[in-house]
Design a protein around this ligand. Structure first.
Ligand SMILES: Cc1cc2nc3c(=O)[nH]c(=O)nc-3n(C[C@H](O)[C@H](O)[C@H](O)COP(=O)(O)O)c2cc1C
Length: 177
C-alpha cells in the first residue's frame, strides 16, 4: 500500500467548515500522514530537513488547501519555496521526489460555473493550478488531477459529507495505484 502525505495549509482551520469535514474523513486513515502546516509552523520557520525526510518516506504527496486569491495560503507557498531545494527536488542531481504521485486537494468559495471562460473567474480550476502542476513536473513527480470541492458556501452538510466520502475513496485508490 502506498504511503500518503497530506500537507494541509489552512490559516483559519478553527473557522473552517468544508475542510474540517474533508480532514475528518481522511486524517486517521491507515497509511495516511496528516501534516497540518499552520499547526506545526505558526511562525513560518519550516524545518526543511524534517520536511525532506517526511517526503522521502511517502509515495503520494497531497497539497491540501482552500483557494485563497486564486492560489494557496502563504505557508504552503513558503513550504514549496523552502523545501523543494535545487539538486534535491529538481536540477541535475535532484531526483528525491521522482515518480511520486502529487495532487492538489482544494476547496473554493466560487462555484464550478464561475470557473470557465464564460464565468466571472475566466479560467478553470485546473488552469489556476498550473504552477502546482509544473512544480510537480519539474520535480519529476506524476501530477494527478485535483480533488476540488467548489461552491463551499452553498453546500449542505449532506453534500459535504459526500465529498468527505469521495476524498476517502480517492485516497484508497491512490494507495493502490
Ligand atoms: C483570504 C481569502 C481568499 C479567498 N480567495 C478565494 C478565491 O480566490 N476563489 C474562491 O473561489 N474562493 C476564495 N475564498 C473562499 C475560500 O476558498 C473558501 O472560504 C474555503 O475554500 C472554504 O473552506 P473552509 O470552510 O474550510 O474554510 C477566499 C477566502 C479567503 C478568506
Amino acid at each position: 500500500m502506498k504511503k500518503v502525505l497530506v500537507l494541509f495549509a489552512h490559516p483559519k482551520y478553527e473557522k473552517s467548515r468544508a475542510n474540517q469535514v474533508l480532514i475528518n474523513a481522511i486524517a486517521k486513515k491507515e497509511g495516511v500522514t496528516f501534516h497540518d502546516l499552520y499547526e506545526i509552523y505558526p511562525d513560518f520557520h519550516i524545518d526543511v530537513d524534517a520536511e525532506k525526510k517526511l517526503l522521502e518516506a511517502h509515495d503520494v504527496i497531497i497539497w491540501h488547501h482552500p483557494m485563497y486569491w486564486y492560489s494557496c495560503p502563504p505557508l504552503l507557498k513558503q513550504w514549496i519555496d523552502m523545501v523543494l531545494e535545487f539538486n534535491w527536488a529538481y536540477g541535475p542531481k535532484g531526483k528525491a521526489l521522482q515518480d511520486k504521485l502529487c495532487l492538489n486537494a482544494i476547496t473554493t468559495g466560487g462555484s464550478k460555473e464561475l470557473y470557465c471562460s464564460q464565468g466571472s473567474n475566466s479560467y478553470t480550476i485546473n488552469e489556476f493550478l498550473r504552477p502546482f502542476e509544473q512544480t510537480a513536473n519539474l520535480c519529476l513527480m506524476k501530477y494527478q488531477k485535483p480533488f476540488a470541492v467548489m461552491g463551499t458556501y452553498k453546500l449542505t452538510n449532506e453534500e459535504l459529507d459526500g465529498y468527505g466520502a469521495a476524498y476517502n475513496a480517492l485516497i484508497d485508490s491512490l494507495q493502490q495505484f
